[in-house]
Write a new protein. Structure first.
Length: 473
């Protein structure tokens, strides 16, 4: 910058230095006459004025150039009264106008940059929200291209999430009817649609409640669709089980009530002519009433356990002692069918922290079923085994057994093995109650092994107490 200034000043000085030469030349040419002298004087003054004006212009240009390069306030300065003053004024006005425009443009660029950042942040937040939703979500535009989808959608429809953006929905989804529903939501101009879907996944039928909501712009035109697929398979299963439960309970309650009603009517009508008939009718009524009472108790107990309202009183107890008491209760029932009950060998340590009444009920239910579904003259054996921090109890019978395709359902509510209906009657709640008591109340495990025609083994495992202290029974 300093070199530029020196260059401007040098040119000005050269112009001023040439003035005496011009004057001398003028005197010679004019012959030294008075008119020539006057003219020469005017020439000297004119050239001097022009030189000083040039120096001022050079200084203004140099100052302007410095300000322009530094990026500071650009303003064109000239000496007052200069011939360039009007030009400088207009130039300064133009420069100020351009500066104002540039500043306004800079402010607009900064505002746009803020808006872009906000839009990007909002887009990231929206995508994060969609990704966090547990339902499958797919967002498409008005051309049926995928804008965004979450991981649940990629799992449900089996597509690569990273390659899904801007793909046509009918090319991305393997389920044609779902793609057709999404495209219909755009073409039909409907703002909200709801459908129930049945989709087979890995050979299993799943149920989904699907919602298609349109996205509109400021003018109300549909520009996209948000599709949400909510898995209602569990709700469907619960509803089915509830309906089955009500159906089973109604059927099980109807049978004993029908018997009680029928025999009570016969007694009222005087059809029991002697004491023996009356005693028979009353015995049947009593038996059916007891059956009805057991059914209601089982239903209430299962309901209390499932809802967490059952009162549990846990104490340290010996499994061997609980088995011994249960065997004593079942021996007379087994003797009626000539079935022998083999008690278990003693173990070194069998202390458990349990509700004694509940675990006794479990053992009695298993022993009762082993006798009920056994052959006359058969056997029922009980075994106890300690497995590290667990104790395992098994009840094995030599009865009719269970078909292999039904073993997995024997602990379900109201489930009864179809081939065993003629062998003995029951409500189908006993084994489910066993499962609830062992697993939900005591944190144990139930299991079953069976061969049809040869017999079954039902058992359960419970955690042992941490220390070997003598239990009080």
């Amino acid at each position: 910058m300093a070199k530029s200034k020196r260059r401007y000043y040098l040119l000005a000085l050269m112009g001023i230095a040439s003035v005496p030469g011009l004057v001398l030349y003028s005197l010679v040419m004019l012959g030294f006459n008075i008119g020539g002298i006057v003219l020469a004087s005017l020439s000297v003054l004119t050239l001097s004025w022009i030189g000083w004006e040039a120096i001022g212009i050079f200084r203004s240009l140099s100052d302007f150039n410095s300000r322009f390069e530094d990026g500071s306030n650009v303003h064109f300065h000239v000496p007052q009264g200069s011939v360039l003053e009007r030009i400088a004024t207009k130039m300064n006005h133009y420069i100020k106008k351009q500066d104002d425009s540039r500043q306004q443009m800079q402010e607009q660029i900064e505002a746009l940059d803020i808006q872009v950042q906000l839009s990007q942040r909002q887009a990231r937040n929206t995508e994060a929200i969609i990704q966090s939703i547990h339902d499958a979500v797919i967002v498409t535009d008005c051309f049926n291209r995928v804008i965004v989808a979450n991981s649940k959608a990629s799992e449900l429809f089996d597509f690569d999430l990273d390659k899904a953006q801007y793909k046509q929905i009918n090319e991305l989804l393997g389920v044609e009817k779902v793609a057709a529903m999404i495209m219909t939501a755009i073409s039909s101009k409907t703002h909200h649609r709801r459908n129930d879907l049945e989709i087979e996944i890995d050979g299993q039928l799943k149920f989904y409640n699907s919602t298609f909501s349109s996205i509109t712009d400021e003018s109300g035109e549909i520009v996209g669709v948000v599709s949400v697929f909510h898995d209602i398979s569990r709700e469907k299963e619960v509803s089915r089980m509830k309906n089955e439960f009500v159906s089973h309970v109604s059927h099980e309650l109807k049978t004993p009530l029908a018997s009680i009603t029928a025999y009570a009517e016969m007694l009222v009508d005087g059809e029991a002519q002697d004491d023996e008939s009356r005693e028979q009718f009353l015995s049947i009524i009593q038996t059916q009433a007891q059956r009805l009472n057991r059914l209601i108790e089982d239903i209430l107990n299962i309901s209390r356990i499932e809802s967490g309202l059952v009162k549990v009183k846990k104490d340290r107890a010996s499994v061997a002692m609980l088995i011994r008491d249960s065997v004593e209760m079942i021996k007379s029932y087994a003797a009626e069918k000539s079935i022998s009950v083999i008690e278990p060998n003693s173990v070194v340590y069998d202390q458990v922290n349990v509700d004694k009444d509940m675990i006794s009920q479990v053992i009695i239910n298993l022993l009762s079923n082993a006798v009920k579904y056994n052959k006359p003259g058969g056997t029922v054996s009980i075994s106890v085994e300690v497995l590290e921090d667990l104790i395992s109890v098994k009840v094995t019978d030599s009865g009719v057994g269970i078909p292999s395709d039904e073993i997995g359902h024997v602990f379900d509510k109201f489930y009864r093995v179809s081939s065993n209906d003629k062998v003995a009657k029951g409500t189908g709640l006993g084994l489910n109650l066993v499962k609830q008591i062992v697993e939900k109340v005591h944190g144990g495990r139930v299991f079953v092994e069976s061969v049809e025609g040869e017999g079954s083994t039902f058992g359960f495992e419970l955690p042992l107490c941490a220390t070997e202290e003598t239990a009080v029974i």
